[in-house]
Design a binder for this molecule. Structure first.
Ligand code: CA
Length: 334
């Protein structure tokens, strides 16, 4: 088992008293309950984590809702409730619906539209539709309420979704998000928040035009996903990371951008890229996405192997996890 040997080599690099990394509950407790539901937020809040993530999109009547996609059809029953409201591409867009209409929908576990099967087969049953789409205000008040009753200070890690798409639809999502976060007191020193986005011009605008004090994180996609018009290869070079360090505090790479699996005469070998080293050299925190027990990235057989590599060897600063409780347990040894 040469593969094991290589993994063990990485373990040599783990420092004995490594500080706990930042643990971000990705889309709530999405490994256990449908993503972006208040029920999931309650579950995630019960863990000893640092942040809970809401993704944000805008409605037709300019309200901010917590939803991962600009579409409603992968996680709600919109097709059954409003069958005639799809666009010519067959998709149902949140931006075509008013908030009171979105509130009529039931949220379910994420499905693959083509097969109509749930994306992660062993997660919450997709047929069970107990849940609703929360607004960003409801999400924030829920977290703040739980912080109060549980004497905790769990932060929020909002993502501004698809600013280019929103702009094309005549909506300034960024302006709206800043106003709301300020109304809830997050744009002050010492608040527990990061704002994330896949689109560098939005992050620059937050710093230059809105002069936010809230720390910012650039998410780095793979160009093949067509996430935006940005060339993400550039942001995986030292030059790109240096440039971005002028206006953001951290980067959120895809985990697979931090290493390569090489095939060395039939043996698998994990080799790190220079990404984390370059990011740290330019003062950037590194919070990769996404740790999933039911979808470990290529080259890793267990969650522990992956976390040892990421935290112990690469020295990442934090991680997005669908199973954030297991990252807490990784540190607390249970
Ligand atoms: Ca996100």
């Amino acid at each position: 088992m040469n593969f094991v040997k290589y993994i063990l080599l990485f373990l040599v690099f783990i420092s004995c008293a490594s500080k706990r990394g930042t643990i971000i509950a990705h889309r709530g407790a999405s490994g256990y309950l449908p993503e972006h539901t208040l029920e999931g937020v309650a579950m995630a809040h019960s863990w000893n984590i640092d942040y809970i993530e809401p993704d944000i999109v805008m409605t037709k009547d300019n309200r901010l809702v917590v939803l991962h996609d600009i579409h409603l059809d992968t996680t709600t029953n919109v097709a059954a409730v409003f069958p005639n409201r799809k666009r010519s591409d067959g998709r149902f867009y949140a931006i075509d619906f008013k908030l009171d209409e979105i509130k009529k929908l039931k949220v379910h576990e994420r499905i693959d539209l083509k097969t109509q099967k749930q994306y992660y087969p062993n997660r919450f049953m997709k047929e069970k539709k107990y849940f609703r789409v929360p607004t960003l205000s409801e999400f924030i008040e829920f977290v703040q309420g739980l912080n109060r009753t549980r004497s905790k200070k769990i932060g929020i890690y909002p993502e501004i979704k698809s600013p280019e798409f929103h702009k094309k639809e005549g909506k300034d999502i960024t302006k709206k998000v800043v106003a709301l976060l300020r109304a809830y007191g997050y744009d002050k020193e010492g608040q527990k928040i990061f704002i994330q986005c896949f689109y560098p011009p939005t992050l620059k605008r937050l710093k230059v035009e809105f002069k936010v004090k809230m720390p910012l994180v650039l998410l780095i996609a793979d160009n093949s996903w067509n996430e935006s018009s940005i060339d993400y290869d550039y942001y995986q070079t030292e030059e790109g990371l240096k440039e971005v360090s002028k206006y953001v505090e951290g980067v959120g790479p895809w985990m697979n951008q931090l290493y390569k699996v090489e095939n060395d005469e039939g043996e698998k070998r994990i080799v790190k890229t220079n990404f984390v080293e370059w990011a740290h050299k330019h003062g950037l925190k590194v919070h990769p996405y996404t740790h999933r027990l039911d979808a470990l990235p290529d080259g890793f057989r267990t969650s522990k192997e992956l976390l040892d590599f990421m935290f112990g060897y690469l020295k990442i600063d934090g991680i997005f996890s669908d199973f954030a409780d297991t990252v807490v347990n990784y540190y607390e040894g249970s």
